[in-house]
Design a protein around this ligand. Structure first.
Ligand code: ATP
Length: 234
């Protein structure tokens, strides 16, 4: 579904990604594992069209999206749930969710999608009329995920969804991601919580200094000596 072929990308004159290639197939859950600063966020931002690669190609369902605008990429069905949630603080939860549904493919099914999303996030239903800024960090993360779901994406990308949350909330976030995965979604996820993420994923890539150094099934990566030492602290 998503094919990244040898991309270089970065900020200004600084190249962060060097020849990154990866793929995500339909209904697969793929994770990118890497240390802080390895380029994980940069990879997701490049797929979302927020950064343009200087070399290489990105194909989505066979179509070359390398030069497409971020808006057009959302329209094609790729949604990024950004690190730090980035909700609209002065809008209500409901308004935030509806902002997620502006994609053409989602607008006509708003009510139906809202029902589905509320089933996944029952606690949000009670808070629909509250300002997003009044929610706890964990609730804000749930709303950020719910907003991403409102776009009815074909590919859902998560950037560090458990960052800065208390362990009990992290467990809830992974429970919700598990339900989204079980519903057959195609997911690309970047997480500092490498163990839980590999447990939830089908395959993974290890990104170091902007290059993919290892890729395998999640099961094999969980047993890999380098992964265990560098990312699982074993
Ligand atoms: P983290 O887990 O810390 O978010 P990451 O693997 O997601 O790490 P990136 O956020 O992709 O890493 O950052 C990769 C490198 O790019 C870092 O060295 C970072 O300082 C640099 N970088 C990120 N954003 C910018 C920017 N807007 N301008 C310049 N450099 C940036």
């Amino acid at each position: 579904m998503l094919n990244i072929e040898g991309i270089d990308a970065g900020y200004g004159a600084t190249t962060i990604l060097n020849g990154v290639s990866l793929e995500v197939n339909q209904s697969e859950v793929v994770t990118i594992v890497g240390a802080n600063g390895a380029g994980k966020t940069t990879t997701l931002r490049t797929i979302a069209g927020l950064l343009k690669p200087t070399t290489g190609r990105i194909l989505f369902e066979g179509e070359d999206i390398t030069k497409m605008s971020a808006h057009d990429i959302v329209e094609l069905g790729i949604t990024l749930i950004p690190e730090g949630r980035q909700l609209f603080p002065d809008m209500t939860v409901r308004e935030n969710l509806l902002m997620g549904a502006y994609r053409r493919g989602a607008r006509d099914h708003q009510a139906e999608t809202m029902d589905h999303v509320m089933e996944l996030f029952p606690r949000i239903r009670e808070r629909l009329d509250q300002h997003a800024s009044s929610l706890s960090g964990g609730e804000q993360q749930m709303v950020a995920i719910a907003r991403g779901m409102m776009a009815r994406p074909k590919l859902l990308m998560f950037d560090e969804p458990s960052l800065g949350l208390a362990p009990i909330i992290v467990a809830q976030v992974f429970e919700v991601i598990g339900k989204i995965v079980a519903s057959g979604a195609t997911v690309l996820i970047v997480e500092q919580n490498v163990f839980n993420t590999l447990k939830a994923a089908d395959r993974g890539y290890v990104l170091e200094n902007g290059s993919i150094v290892l890729s395998d099934t999640a099961e094999a990566l969980l047993k890999d000596d380098h992964v265990r030492q560098a990312y699982l602290g074993i």
